[in-house]
Structure formats: C-alpha cells, structure tokens
Design a protein around this ligand. Structure first.
Ligand SMILES: *Cc1c(COP(=O)(O)O)cnc(C)c1O
Length: 431
C-alpha cells in the first residue's frame, strides 16, 4: 500500500519511507491511500493481541522490507494486556495503560521503535539515526523507553518546562545512554514547532539523519487501530451491537486511529472526543472554522494542545464539514469537571482514574438516557499513579504504584535546559 501526503496528491511513498521520513517533504502528514474494508471473519476469537495486530496491519506492509518481520514487530510492541473492563451495564473502560511507562503511548512508541530499529539496521548507514520527539508529558517517556539502548539510533526528547508532572519528568529524563532529554523554556506547541522546523531544515538534514516519533508518525498511528478493532469486534461477537467510544484527545492521534479502524469496517459506533479546556476541536466542529490557539495548562496536561496535528488527517479523511460532524463529535471539559469525575469514579466503582480518562467519564455522564442505553467504552489513557499529585487529594488515599513505574522512579534524572529558539536547538543538535 502507498501512503500519501495530506497536502498534495503527488507525494506518495511506501510505508518504509513514510516511517523513516516522519513528515512528508511538503510538510504534510502521511495517510494510507486506500481503506479497503477488512473481512472480519478472518479474525479468530481470543487471538493474542500481537497476532491480531499482525493480521490487521499486514495489508499496510505488503510492499515493506519489514513484511517478514511484522509478526515479530507486533509481538514486541503488544507485549502487555489491553483489557476491556466492564464497569456497569452498558459501560466499559478500555485500559490502555499497562505498558512500560503506564500510558497508551507505549503501544505506538514500541511499534515505531521495533520498525525503525529494523529499517535502520537493514539500511546499514554509517551515521546514527536521530529521532526527535516533542512531548506534552507521556510521549517522550514512551518513546525513550521504547528506543532505549537500541543500536544505531539516538533520541532527543523535548518537553515544556514546568508543564509535565514530576513522575512524567522522571520518565522523560531517567534513561541516559542513547537518550538525550531537553527541558524547553516554552509550551508543548513550542517543542512541536522546534521538531517540525528541524525536520525541514536543509543544514540539519545534510549533516545528520533525522526523523520524528511524534504522533505525526504513521507507525505510531497504525498500531493504535489494533485495540479499537479487537475490542469492538470481540464486543460485537458477544453482544451483537457495536461499541461506542469516548476518547480523551489532545493531538488527535488516538482518535484518528479509532476513526480509521471504523472505516476499515470494525463494529465501532459513535466516536466522541473529550478534550480539556483546549477546546479548538469542539469549537471547530460547531463553527466549521478551525482556529488554532496557544495551549492552556490544565489538569489533563498530556492533552494540552492548541493546534492538534492530526486534525489535518481527520479532515483529509472527511473533507466536508457536514460529513465530519456525522462521523465524530467533541466536547470540552473544565478542570473542575475533571476533578468531579475522578471523585465519582472512585465513589461509584472504587476505580482510580487519571485526569485524562476523567474527561471521557465526564462527557459520558452528560449523555442522555437514550444514548447511555447503548454500549460505551471510556478510553483509559494513563495510570492514575502518574498523576498522583492531582488524584490522591481528590480520592483521599494513596495510589498503588504499578511495578514498571516504581522501577523507573528509582533512576537518576539527566537532562539539559534550552530556550525555545530554533537557532539554539539547531546548534545543540549539530554539536
Ligand atoms: C497523549 C495522551 C492523550 C491524547 O492523545 P492524542 O493521541 O494526542 O489525542 C490522552 N491521554 C494521555 C494520558 C496521553 O498521554
């Protein structure tokens, strides 16, 4: 299958180049050119997640050098469970946070790392590949963990100063070896701008081999379809009805993956996006005018995005505003409502949820009785233990640390501080 840029029809590449380039040469994002409906009967019941992933993703890799490695890549990436937990009648939580850094971004990051490390070895270059990643909190940790000690690959992680939680910062800076962490005087949008500018900079590209690992990377998006595809299919086989999703959204990678899985024919009903007070997407859907904004700091900080990159892909998928509004909806949630939802989940189900997941619960709680009669899955994007300073005071008790997280918290932090000026960043990269 070929991949096309969101900006021009004549930029098409195979998946291997799409993965290595990250961003298309014209500054657009790569999209698959076809959405062939899959034959659902070919997926067996109770398949291992890695095996299911391999079957789903095979058509996207038909011309890839990685074709024969895809099964191994999927096993490596999907090495932890993704349960659909039943909360009450008609309501589920899709727990995406059981990976090494306790957030859903482990899925995409591990898949990307497994692909890139192999492509890099196959290409046999003399210069190392440098991966740039801007993070509002969770991406950087997941990418650093996924690439740590992979040979021939270096990673530069950029995070906004003072805008990630202490435990997130620990996950961004505890690696060393081939991982370099930069604390940027600015916002997440500044970090993202530095990465995008660097990728298009000709000086840099003649001196070093650069790529990105942001959710703009197609190799992060494709594997995120897997959990929507598998959970909706197994739910459909048991309950004869589609599963509807509420998805905590920031840069819209996770929600794009859900929409794409539905286009492929999986039994997914409504897709509702929950954002925090960075409300550009709900505003865009209601007014038809997209107006990027500087990002605002909220309790759901991994979703503090004022100019979500993947909107470009969603608009390419559904170019007309009327159609777009039929295919998805979006609601924004205040910090006060996030706090309330965290308390409600704890009271009703003794469930401890993170501030991001709380946006989904709040949006669900406002639905009509008729809507709630259908089956919904709240997408649980991170472990609450990463955001203990927000969550513990609300529930009045300490949160148990998952094993993988307590291991990371024991390591030493190593990072450098930088301004948000591109010239500074460029100089550091070249040095
Ligand atoms: C990144 C992130 C999100 C937002 O996902 P997008 O794909 O950027 O929309 C939500 N919750 C958590 C915990 C995250 O880390």
């Amino acid at each position: 299958m070929q991949f096309i840029s969101t900006r021009s029809a004549d930029v098409t590449v195979g998946i291997d180049d799409a993965i290595l380039q990250g961003l298309a040469r014209d500054g657009g994002l790569f999209m698959p050119t076809k959405y062939t409906r899959v034959d659902l009967d070919q997926f067996k019941n109770n398949q291992e997640l890695g095996e299911f992933a391999c079957q789903l993703l095979k058509p996207f890799f038909d011309k890839s050098q990685l074709r024969s490695e895809l099964a191994a890549i999927c096993t490596e990436a999907f090495s932890f469970k993704i349960p659909l937990r039943n909360l009450e009648k008609n309501l589920y939580s899709l727990e995406l946070f059981h990976g090494p850094t306790s957030a859903f971004k482990d899925v995409g990051a591990r898949f990307l790392a497994a692909c890139m490390a192999r492509l890099n070895t196959l290409a046999n270059h003399d210069k190392p590949l440098t991966i740039l990643v801007a993070t509002s909190g969770d991406t950087g940790g997941a990418v650093a963990s996924a690439f740590h000690q992979k040979t021939g690959v270096k990673v530069a992680v950029l995070f906004p100063k003072g805008q990630v939680s202490a435990r997130q910062q620990q996950q961004l800076t505890c690696w060393g070896d081939n991982i370099h962490s930069f604390c940027i005087e600015g916002s997440f949008d500044d970090c993202q701008r530095l990465v995008k500018t660097a990728l298009l900079d000709t000086d840099l590209s003649t001196n070093m081999r650069l790529s990105s690992a942001n959710s703009i990377s197609i190799a992060r998006l494709l594997p995120q379809m897997v959990y929507y595809a598998q959970s909706s299919l197994s739910h459909f086989r048991q309950n004869s009805q589609p599963l509807n999703f509420v998805i905590p959204s920031g840069n819209l990678g996770n929600s794009f993956a859900c929409l794409l899985a539905r286009e492929l024919g999986f039994p997914i009903g409504n897709v509702v996006l929950a954002t925090n007070q960075n409300r550009v997407v709900p505003d865009f859907l209601s007014t038809g005018v997209f107006q990027p904004q500087p990002s605002i700091h909220t309790l759901a900080s991994a979703m503090d995005v004022g100019n979500p990159s993947n909107l470009e892909r969603i608009r390419k998928l559904f170019p007309e505003n009327r159609e777009l509004n039929r295919k998805l909806s979006a609601q924004w949630v205040s910090d006060g409502c996030i706090e309330q939802a965290i308390k409600d989940a704890h009271r009703q189900w003794e469930l401890v949820i993170c501030p991001h997941t709380a946006t989904a619960l709040h949006v669900y709680s406002k639905m009509s009785a008729e809507e709630k009669n259908r089956d919904w899955a709240l997408v649980a994007t991170a472990d609450a233990a990463k955001f203990e300073t927000v969550v513990e005071p609300l529930i009045g008790e300490p949160i148990a640390l998952p094993n993988q997280l307590s291991k990371l918290l024991k390591r030493e932090q190593i990072f450098s501080s930088l301004s948000s000026r591109f010239a500074d960043f460029k100089q550091t990269l070249l040095a």
